[in-house]
Ligand binder design. Structure first.
Ligand code: ADP
Length: 495
């Protein structure tokens, strides 16, 4: 972020896909006690809390924005201040300066609910062929359509931001953020006319043309200069979402995959070729718009690991790790699919344990059950990442973050299943950091410098472990088997 100050560029990101730990959409408490949600058309689409996913929980800085960015009040003006929780590291400390300047922005939103409901329905029907995902409501257009009434003299304020894209109200979004809306054709990088027509005829005029992520849109508006003391030469780089900003913050490269092992597990992948599926979400890549980024959320992450730790390892991570050390790669054929709560990827529930002959079994030894869980979880992460178009290539790295990334034995299984070295890094504020990197890249991009050249001085991730001998063979076969068993489980659940 020092770079941002130096170059006087400013870049923000929105948190509109961020949800709280219970899988609920973010909301902010109104003075009268009601939760004002960012989603329009509540009650019209499927219930959100049930399956919309628990979102990313990588970012401490997020909490500040979450309180502010979902202000969906009609015609009301709010003054909000960030909480102090955003200032926990260097990156967030600096970005929170930016955030705190922005969060006092008086801003009112007018909802366009009629448009959004029909568009949400339509998205469910047409998405899979060309677009980015099944579009759980937080990523659907239903939260996008709000007409900002921000106090500014900037003509860009007449553009429509995402519902929670509060500061982007003053300027245009990048194509990467646009692909989070499920209105953008990620291949042509143009708004899809049929969907725009269904949402609101003429919406494209209000949305503006999607821009490459590194585009400099001009100088900051005079409103920001007057209200917050920005320099009037401060450049504005196209906005993006928190998830794409995180990819930039982790400096993911082609062939890399990042997995956050938190309460839920989240997988980010750099995709050279996108294969949009109903599961997961494909964005235009925020640091190279010729490529893509995949995002997958898994609800049954650390909480399921904790449940088995308590049951099979005397509530001790140490014993849980010992069980992993004492059991062989491939677990003598035992394989487990653990969905304590309705999973997002795939939509399945229940515990399904199989022996080497694919027969369902109700119990195995405690040690084998621990390995069945961890291997099953990472096989699932790999299976669904590959379905989105990810493939391991020479030089691929797995970046592990989140609470369970301190556990070496869990990382070893991750490493073996992907047959790629695992690195760890502190990404507690990766979206803020990524925004700063992108701002710097944006102002330097005019001279064709790559994102990675711009960020080459940034701290490197630390190597945690490398694959064991034969892991490749064991898990390639097991992945096929896992795919077949998952299909079988889904069929059984449907019938
Ligand atoms: P959040 O999603 O809340 O940000 P964190 O990334 O902080 O979550 O991860 C918290 C989780 O990390 C806990 O639920 C816990 O199960 C897990 N965890 C903490 N220590 C270990 C460990 N030594 N081994 C495995 N998992 C761990």
């Amino acid at each position: 972020m020092a770079a941002v100050q130096h170059t006087e560029a400013y870049l923000g990101f929105d948190f509109s896909t961020q949800q709280d730990g219970g899988g609920r959409p973010c909301g902010c408490r109104r003075p009268d006690g009601d939760i004002a949600r960012s989603n329009v058309g509540q009650g019209s689409g499927p219930p959100i809390g049930a399956d919309a996913g628990s979102g990313l929980r990588l970012l401490q800085g997020a909490s500040v924005v979450r309180q502010c960015n979902t202000a969906a009040y009609t015609g009301k003006r709010e003054q909000r201040r960030p909480s102090s929780s955003s200032t926990t590291s260097a990156a967030s400390a600096i970005s929170s300066k930016t955030v705190s300047q922005c969060t006092t922005l008086p801003c009112g939103w007018t909802q366009a609910a009629d448009c959004s409901v029909s568009a949400w329905r339509m998205q469910q029907g047409v998405l899979s062929s060309w677009q980015t995902s099944r579009a759980p409501e937080p990523m659907s257009v239903s939260q996008e359509v709000r007409l900002p009434k921000c106090a500014t003299n900037d003509r860009e304020s007449s553009k429509i931001p995402r519902g929670s894209h509060w500061s982007a109200a003053l300027r245009r979004r990048s194509s990467s953020a646009g692909s989070g809306m499920n209105l953008l054709d990620i291949r042509s990088k143009k708004w899809n006319e049929a969907l725009l027509e269904a949402v609101c005829p003429g919406l494209d005029v209000l949305l503006g043309k999607p821009m490459p992520s590194a585009s400099v849109l001009g100088a900051v508006s005079s409103y920001w200069v007057r209200r917050f003391g920005f320099s009037d030469t401060c450049a504005v780089v196209a906005f993006t979402g928190d998830n794409p900003a995180s990819l930039a913050g982790m400096r993911l490269q082609q062939g890399d995959l990042a997995v956050s092992l938190g309460t839920s597990d989240t997988v980010f992948v750099w995709l050279q070729h996108a294969r949009p599926a109903l599961e997961g979400h494909v964005f235009i890549n925020p640091v190279d718009w010729r490529h893509f980024m995949g995002l997958l959320c898994f609800k049954n992450g650390s909480l399921t690991r904790e449940r088995l730790r308590n049951r099979c390892a005397d509530s001790s991570w140490e014993r849980f790790s010992t069980a992993l050390r004492q059991t062989p790669l491939g677990n003598n054929g035992y394989i487990g699919l653990y969905f304590d709560v309705m999973e997002i990827t795939p939509r399945a529930v229940g515990v399904h344990l199989f022996d080497a002959e694919d027969n369902k079994v109700s119990s195995v030894s405690a040690e084998a059950e621990v390995r069945a869980l961890v291997e099953g979880q990472f096989l699932s992460r790999r299976l669904h990442a590959e379905r989105l178009g990810y493939s391991i290539i020479p030089g691929s790295r797995i970046l592990a973050t989140g609470g369970a990334s301190c556990n070496k034995e869990i990382l070893q299984v991750l490493c073996d299943v992907f047959n790629a070295p695992v690195y760890t890094m502190d990404v507690s504020n990766s979206a803020c950091l990524g925004s700063a990197y992108r701002a710097l890249h944006g102002v330097l991009d005019q001279s064709d410098v790559s994102f990675f050249d711009v960020t080459k001085e940034a701290p490197e991730a630390r190597l945690a472990t490398t694959p064991q001998l034969h892991a490749h063979q064991v898990y390639n076969e097991m992945l096929q088997r896992y795919g077949r068993l998952e299909k079988k489980v889904l069929q059984e659940l449907r019938s």
